[in-house]
Design a protein around this ligand. Sequence first.
Ligand code: AR6
Length: 179
Amino acid sequence: MVRVGRSTMEAWLGDITTLEVDAIVNAANSGLLGGGGVDGAIHSAAGPGLLEECRTLGGCPTGEARITSGYRLPARWVIHAVGPIYARHTPERSAELLASCYTASLDLAFERGLSSVAFSAISTGVYGYPLGAATRVAVEAVRGWLEAHPECAMRVVFCCFDERTLAAYEAEFARHTIG
Ligand code: AR6
């Protein structure tokens, strides 16, 4: 766990659809109408109400996020962030777009007065973002946002669906704790 002012960042191994937090962050696509991976798992667990609400949103550009209710999920809200498809951009542009997913999601959570948010490992599945680089962007973006909002006491969970992802976050946290 890494402390940033009144906030914390932690990594957790498991299925994001089981997490009892204020909001979970989905790795969505720009249509916001569901898909495979974590997106499919979230839509299945939330039930059809989620898709109905998503249909009203009119999609979401890459690097941005939208918020809906959580329906049958234990989380009250779902934030749908659209990560970059890694091969479609330069590495620098992909990093900007990915960082923006994290900061836009935290902006939405903060605006709603939420105090706990769990992120999926956006873009590291079928969107092909190399895991180590994505993890670095995620932790640095969240840390920067928390440092810029010292009044905020947010619990940020990085939800890892496999051991490899968990190890990447723990390695990244070690860098932030030591240096
Ligand atoms: N809980 C937590 N993490 C999960 C779960 C789960 N239940 N299931 C998978 N993951 P991906 P992307 C992890 O491919 O790369 C979808 O079709 C997975 O192991 O879901 O951003 C969307 O509709 C990986 O670490 O998202 C988009 O079209 C991480 O979630 C596209 O995929 C992200 O993998 C988005 O691709």
